[in-house]
Write a protein that binds this ligand. Structure first.
Ligand SMILES: C[S@@+](CC[C@H](N)C(=O)[O-])C[C@H]1O[C@@H](n2cnc3c(N)ncnc32)[C@H](O)[C@@H]1O
Length: 470
């Protein structure tokens, strides 16, 4: 009997895993292990994953997800979903009550009895919690009642970046408000950032960032010592912490998979550049680039402090400046000497505002200026820059095929993260997910044309545009 789908997935998974093994050996990387005490080089947030490993891993993950969908009983899937709120809550308890940090001091494992006496928590509850976390892949039960951290949970330790992601204590309330939001008489067709599930959940009329400015305490007790950038930004009243963290995850791919050397002759204007993290990373990686971070007035001091703390002190004077600018007004930097860049900015705005922001850049751009839109492009789309650049090194698409499953399946199933993130940003900001055709429509309306489309080793792509000269 032909088990068509099962056979196809099994073959695809084998191909992907074999490719992964070969690629890791080629890069001289140690084997991945859930028993390892230390994080693996592939867990780095600062280095991009080699192309062949990146592609093989995506394909393998897509196959395992599809296999689970194929094999799992619908009742179990429904029950897991009905109880999925415990995924978040269990990790919160794990962090909040010091369990993860305590286990971090005992790499070879610690008993629940020891955790009870040292943390003054009930070992019976801890056992059930840790067994749940073990099933989710966060810890290992190495013998009955003795648990140890693994690579994933090390990411949650004090001082590690994963910790910051678990801070926002209103997420459950926001998620609960989503069904009401879909049918709310005033909000249901609104594209306003003041008409989201977030306002219903928090009983406010303020948009998310405005509200956060007055309610920094929701970021909660985890924030202390989380990250130098984050805590200094919060002290200064930074309002862009949440979504910006996701931008940071994409930074290594952004730096590695776009030919930034082609921007050397111009100054890059980072419009809505937040605390300047992307601009700082670019300046530190490509000495000689010059950058201007444009932001709302109240963000200027934050970006300046961040630059002072993190820009390579050997950078040439004037490498980076910050200026207050509202991107709904005309762009003061005009002509071929400027490249304009927007990361995770346009997805916050409905179509009319996106066109307006881009029109201001089209009016300022010279014939050679590039406008770089760094955003998620949903759905499957071709790269267009391979012919333009003739630079095989910086594209994931020119690697040997590592998978027997299609790109659409890989896009859909290799990671839930971009889908979850898109849904979350919709629910708190009314942020817009867009396909290539939808991006192109707005870009053309604004008087721009797409000249290159770069797929990155990241959940975002770069749409490279130029002004249509009239
Ligand atoms: C999601 S954040 C992205 C920040 C940064 N580009 C990044 O990728 O990390 C959006 C940014 O747009 C900025 N912004 C919002 N309205 C603006 C306006 N009218 N003019 C300039 N910046 C604005 C916000 O302050 C915020 O920093």
């Amino acid at each position: 009997m032909s088990h068509h789908e099962l056979d196809a997935l099994q073959a695809a998974l084998n191909t992907a895993l074999n490719s992964l093994r070969i690629a890791m050996d080629r890069s001289k990387l140690s084997p991945l292990s859930q028993h390892a005490v230390d994080m693996h080089p592939l867990d780095s947030m600062d280095h991009v994953t080699p192309n062949d490993i990146y592609e093989a891993r995506r394909a393998a993950l897509a196959c395992t997800t599809e296999l689970k969908h194929l094999l799992q009983h619908p009742f179990e899937k429904t029950t897991e979903t009905a109880l999925s709120m415990y995924n978040f809550v269990a990790v919160q308890v794990f962090i909040y009550h010091g369990i993860v940090d305590h286990m971090g001091t005992a790499p070879s494992g610690i008993s629940v009895d020891a955790l009870q006496s040292e943390l003054n928590l009930d070992s019976r509850k801890i056992t059930t919690l840790l067994r749940y976390l073990s099933a989710c892949g966060w810890v290992r039960e190495i013998q009955n009642g003795v648990f140890a951290l693994n690579r994933s949970s090390r990411f949650l330790l004090r001082g590690q970046r994963g910790r910051a992601l678990m801070t926002h204590s209103n997420r459950m309330k926001i998620a609960e408000a989503v069904p009401r939001w879909f049918t709310h008489p005033e909000y249901k067709f609104s594209q306003s950032p003041s008409h989201t599930a977030f306002q219903l959940a928090c009983n406010t009329t303020k948009p998310f960032f405005e509200w956060l400015k007055d309610n920094k305490d929701v970021l909660g007790p985890f924030v202390a010592n989380v990250d130098v950038n984050l805590s200094s930004a919060l002290r200064l009243g930074c309002t862009t912490y949440g979504p910006q963290a996701f931008g940071e995850y994409a930074t290594p791919g952004i730096l590695s998979d776009y030919p930034w050397e082609t921007c050397m002759g111009s100054t890059i204007v980072d419009c809505g550049g937040g605390n300047g993290n992307l601009a700082i990373s670019l300046a530190n990686r490509f000495p000689g680039l010059r950058l201007i971070v444009q932001e709302r007035e109240e963000m200027v001091v934050i970006a300046e402090a961040n630059i002072k703390a993190h820009l390579n002190p050997n950078s040439a004077d004037g490498t980076m400046v910050v200026e207050a600018h509202d991107f709904f007004t005309s762009q003061p930097h005009v002509g071929d000497n400027y490249t304009f860049m927007l990361r995770h900015v346009l997805h916050n705005w409905p179509e009319a505002q996106v066109v307006n922001i881009l029109e201001n850049l089209a009016a300022a751009a010279g014939p050679k200026s590039k406008i770089l839109i760094i955003e998620r492009v949903s759905g499957h789309f071709p790269v267009t820059h391979v012919q333009l650049e003739n630079n095989a090194g910086n594209t994931a698409d020119v690697t040997t095929p590592v998978s027997l499953v299609g790109e659409q399946t890989i896009l859909n199933s290799s990671s839930l993260m971009p889908h979850a993130l898109t849904l979350h940003l919709l629910c708190i900001l009314n942020a817009h997910e867009r396909t290539l055709d939808q991006w192109r429509d707005m870009i053309v309306q604004a008087g721009l044309v797409i000249t290159g489309l770069y797929k990155l080793r990241a959940h975002v792509s770069i749409l490279e545009c130029r002004a249509i000269q009239t």
